[in-house]
Ligand binder design. Structure first.
Ligand code: DHB
Length: 308
């Protein structure tokens, strides 16, 4: 059995989409909701009002992954709140919110708090693609300040979506902050922000916004994702669950995320390319690896990465 649990919500499968992929419209969300092998879904990160996002080509394939600078195109909080409330009796669902300001985040969370929403909120502190807006969770003081204000009134299960960290001191610093709050989970990692890809045919960048700088996803980010899952699992209180995100294209990748400590595993770039049928394939591949190793439950290997 491939079950998991976060904040009293039970998931029949550990897989879900990564925020941003296949989750902007009700029709996309329906396909994830109904996909065999998907245990949940997360909605496109919402802002208070609908946004078109950045102009021009804003997603491109690259060797071993993808680069994007979408710029938070979304249909607005009310749309995703309505969708999740309508479907929350089918599965436990994640509602992603990504205000461009602290005030927007607090206002949206007040709306969610006062609504009939009975699911998990993923507060996105790591969008790299809005011109002029830094990735919030690289600013440790601001992160603590936002969480202080959020938990002064918000009482439903809440987690944060983190950017990748690249230094052991930064793992220590973010974990020390997160451990001071009643978080249900963290989701790590968001895309590796502000990469740049060159098209050798045209000598140009491959996406239009921000002069070509964009978030990297896909196979290429897997070692960074696993490092963040592992480092945070080693540092966070055990009550704070982990959603592992980054570089999942096959069952072994899912297995590795769980081995590093992930409770759920989300799929972005390869879901974009393969579509929702990927969840069944990944589950089957995971089950085959577990069978080979004689495991029946995820608990038998979750977090049990060996060191040399
Ligand atoms: C977008 C990208 C992200 O990585 C994110 O966390 C939120 C939004 C975007 O460009 O739309």
């Amino acid at each position: 059995t491939l079950t998991a649990s976060i904040a009293g919500f039970d998931f029949d499968n550990v897989l879900l989409n990564a925020a941003g992929v296949y989750c902007q419209t009700a029709s996309e969300l329906d396909q994830i909701l109904e996909a065999s092998g998907a245990g949940s879904l997360v909605t496109k990160s919402a802002t208070p009002a609908e946004r078109d996002g950045n102009a021009g080509v804003r997603f491109a394939e690259m060797p071993l992954g993808s680069i994007n600078s979408m710029g938070l195109p979304n249909l607005g909080l009310d749309y995703y709140l309505d969708y999740t409330i309508t479907h929350q009796d089918e599965k436990p669902l994640f509602l992603s919110i990504a205000g461009l300001t602290k005030a927007d985040n607090l206002a949206m969370l007040r709306d969610v708090q006062d609504s009939d929403f009975n699911g998990l909120v993923e507060l996105n502190l790591s969008c790299p693609n809005v011109p002029g807006k830094p990735q919030t969770a690289y600013d440790f003081d601001t992160t603590r300040e936002i969480l202080n204000e959020v938990f002064s009134f918000y009482t439903k299960p809440l987690g944060v979506k983190l950017p990748p960290y690249f230094d052991i001191a930064h793992f220590d610093m973010i974990a020390e902050i997160l451990n001071d709050f009643p978080l249900a989970f963290v989701n790590t990692i968001n895309s590796i922000g502000n990469g740049l890809v060159v098209d050798p045919e045209t000598d140009t960048v491959v996406i239009a916004p921000k002069g070509g700088f964009g978030g990297l996803g896909g196979e290429i980010v897997k070692p960074t994702a696993l490092a963040n899952v592992r480092a945070l699992r080693q540092r966070l209180r055990p009550e704070i669950k982990i959603i592992g995100t980054g570089g999942v294209t096959n069952g072994r990748d899912v297995y590795d995320h769980i081995l590093c400590g992930a409770d759920l595993v989300s799929v972005g770039t390869s879901l974009y390319f393969e579509g929702p049928a990927i969840f069944e394939r990944l589950n089957n591949e995971l089950i085959a690896i577990m069978a080979e190793k004689g495991y029946n439950h995820l608990d038998e290997f979750r977090g049990r990465l060996q060191t040399l």
